[in-house]
Design a protein around this ligand. Structure first.
Ligand SMILES: NC(=O)c1ccc[n+]([C@@H]2O[C@H](COP(=O)([O-])OP(=O)(O)OC[C@H]3O[C@@H](n4cnc5c(N)ncnc54)[C@H](O)[C@@H]3O)[C@@H](O)[C@H]2O)c1
Length: 240
């Protein structure tokens, strides 16, 4: 799972799963560009880790193009994209406002589409393959009725990953998703952490590094025959 000589963009890399992934990647030899909406936290985190930072709103096409361009300018190439930027948004189908629906799908779904699009274009240009890892969720595999927009956005990411993974398989550009259970990060309110803890067969919440380890596997040559897959990292939640 060595990443020596590889370069990576991690969207949402200032916090949670993206941050744990950035730490793992750097420890294992990769050069990392943290791309996050949060300028202050992103810059500080990048400085601490020895990464670079580019402020990016993944819903803005121009920002996403610049994110890829700047990475290639600074590192010379792009080998890995981890699309981890995401937001929550509670609400069942009748309570969900159109504004929240649009916002959640814009960041979690359209943002993943834009980042995949421009990262894969760059990888195609380079001609030596690449690896894309999208953050879906176990709630892209099974539903959470109390967060309908979130469930729908993550289900979209699972199928986008299948489509992108198969269309670029011959170019050795692998596109996979991870589907975490409930992970202890700033994204998940304390009440939800309490509610979901015992619903995982392992009887606990996941930690960001446990997701980052699977992302590292997918990013590395150890996963050379894996593409279009969505891998649950959920303490058994979706196996029940
Ligand atoms: N924590 C969980 O339980 C869990 C479970 C399943 C899936 N996920 C998914 O994993 C990913 C990371 O979640 P996390 O728990 O690390 O969350 P987090 O809140 O800790 O980190 C998310 C990061 O994304 C950034 N971000 C938000 N909107 C953005 C935008 N428009 N452009 C760029 N950056 C933006 C935030 O600034 C933040 O740094 C998300 O896609 C989330 O849906 C999380």
């Amino acid at each position: 799972m060595n990443l020596q000589g590889m370069t990576a963009i991690i969207t949402g890399g200032a916090s949670g799963i993206g941050l744990a992934t950035a730490k793992n990647f750097i420890k294992n030899g990769a050069k990392v560009m943290i791309a996050d909406l949060n300028h202050e936290l992103g810059k500080k985190t990048a400085q601490l880790l020895g990464a670079l930072f580019v402020q990016t709103d993944v819903t803005n096409e121009q920002d996403v193009k610049q994110m890829v361009q700047y990475t290639v300018e600074m590192f010379g190439k792009l080998d890995i994209l981890v699309a981890s930027a995401g937001i929550g948004g509670p609400g069942n189908i009748v309570d969900q406002s159109l504004d929240v629906w649009k916002k959640v799908n814009d960041v979690n779904y359209t943002g993943v589409f834009l980042c995949n699009k421009y990262a894969i274009k760059q990888m195609q240009k380079q001609g030596h393959g690449g690896s894309v890892i999208n953050l879906a969720s176990m709630f892209g595999l099974v539903a959470t009725p109390s967060s309908v927009a979130y469930s729908a956005s993550k289900g979209g990411v699972v199928n986008l990953t299948r489509a992108a993974g198969t269309s670029h398989a011959k170019e050795n550009i692998r596109v996979n998703a991870v589907c975490p259970g409930v992970i202890e990060t700033p994204l998940v309110p304390e009440e939800a952490q309490r509610l979901f803890k015992d619903r995982h067969p392992m009887g606990r919440l996941g930690q960001a590094y446990e997701v980052a380890n699977v992302i590292q596997f997918l990013a590395s040559d150890a996963a050379s025959f894996v593409t279009g897959a969505s891998i649950a990292v959920d303490g058994g939640y979706t196996a029940l």
